[in-house]
Design a binder for this molecule. Structure first.
Ligand code: NAP
Length: 302
């Protein structure tokens, strides 16, 4: 039986915690910012009800075998504050977040060899009521390292497919290529159907092309038709679906802009690769957040 602490009982953390808990093979410890009476999972894999005891501090928990981090990728310092009492030299800290910098994010707080990056392919959202709605498959992919293989074993009795992939870096960057154009929806406040507009399709290609170029410089290998595959993937989603960056902007929450697009610009600069489309999208979104009120035309003062 493994002791597993899950930090961030939101859509992903709540979903994973509920399925791990129902195995009765692990001690599942939920770490959050507020009490949650019940999590109600609705999933193609089945419905599940989970009444977690949410720990609001790490004081009474003690060391664990695994920490699963499922907060948003920008909440690094607050998340890291949980770690010292939970982590020993034998603890694996799995980072279930978007982007490509899972290890870099937590390297200031932990020995790098204990940090396990995880690609999350679980489309889920958590509502205030505690309901977690999940659509499609549920897949977690980790590098094919010894700690990665141990992590996959945790999910044996769950419907979550956990895979240790030798070509992890390729999959990591391929996921980023699919996520990066989502900034267009957040800018335009338009759901997926906007990807069928010819101009937006061109911008989607351009953003993905830059991501591919930077990913290649970082060592990732892509299929030759990856850019068109990204556009097809965007267009195949439900026309009314709203990606998380778009949803976060609508809700007035911070967005994972740096982790999904800023990183392409930053790593592009490191490799001398121009990334003007991502750069412009990041700058426009940041400026819109600083000046949220539209200014209408008027007479200048005399
Ligand atoms: N949801 C998806 O479909 C999906 C798919 C693929 C990848 N991802 C990635 O997975 C990661 C998690 O996303 P999510 O959708 O699960 O986000 P989420 O629903 O917003 O959940 C984040 C959770 O973290 C909690 N939290 C924030 N700060 C905390 C702290 N200091 N201590 C403890 N808990 C804290 C939040 O608490 P409150 O409830 O109090 O806000 C919330 O419960 C992100 O990187 C996201 O991009 C998500």
């Amino acid at each position: 039986m493994a002791r597993i602490a899950i930090i961030g009982p939101g859509a992903i953390g709540g979903f994973v915690a509920a399925w791990l808990d129902q195995t009765r093979s692990h001690e599942v410890i939920v770490c959050g910012r507020r009490a949650i009476p019940s999590l109600e999972i609705e999933s193609p894999a089945g419905n599940l009800s989970f009444q977690p005891k949410v720990h609001l501090s790490a004081d009474a928990i003690g060391p664990v075998d695994f920490v699963l981090i499922a907060t948003k990728a920008y909440a690094v310092a607050e998340t890291a504050a949980w770690l010292p009492p939970l982590v020993t030299g034998k603890t694996t800290v799995a980072v279930l977040q978007n982007g490509v910098e899972h290890r870099e994010r937590f390297a200031p707080y932990l020995p790098i060899e204990q940090i396990l990056p995880v690609i999350v392919q679980i489309a889920a959202e958590r509502h205030e009521s505690g309901q977690i709605c999940h659509r499609g498959a549920a897949k977690l992919t980790v590098p094919d390292w010894p700690i990665g293989r141990e992590f996959t074993h945790l999910f044996r009795q769950t419907p979550i497919e956990a895979i240790a992939a030798p070509d992890f870096i390729n999959l990591l960057w391929r996921k980023l290529c699919g996520n990066a154009p989502g900034i267009l929806n957040a800018l335009l406040l338009q759901p997926t159907r906007i990807m069928h507009d010819g101009n937006i399709a061109e911008l989607t290609r351009a953003i993905a092309r830059e991501c591919v170029a930077v990913g290649r410089a970082e060592g990732a290998v892509f299929d030759p038709d990856v850019v068109e595959a990204v556009l097809r993937g965007c267009r195949n989603a439900h026309p009314e679906s709203i990606n998380s960056m778009h949803a976060d902007r609508l809700a007035g929450r911070p967005m994972e802009v740096d982790e999904r697009n800023g990183v392409i610009v930053r790593l592009g600069q490191k490799h001398g690769i121009a990334t003007p489309y991502n750069q412009m999208a990041v700058a426009l979104l940041a400026t819109m957040m600083r000046y949220p009120q539209p200014v209408s035309a008027g007479c200048l003062p005399k």
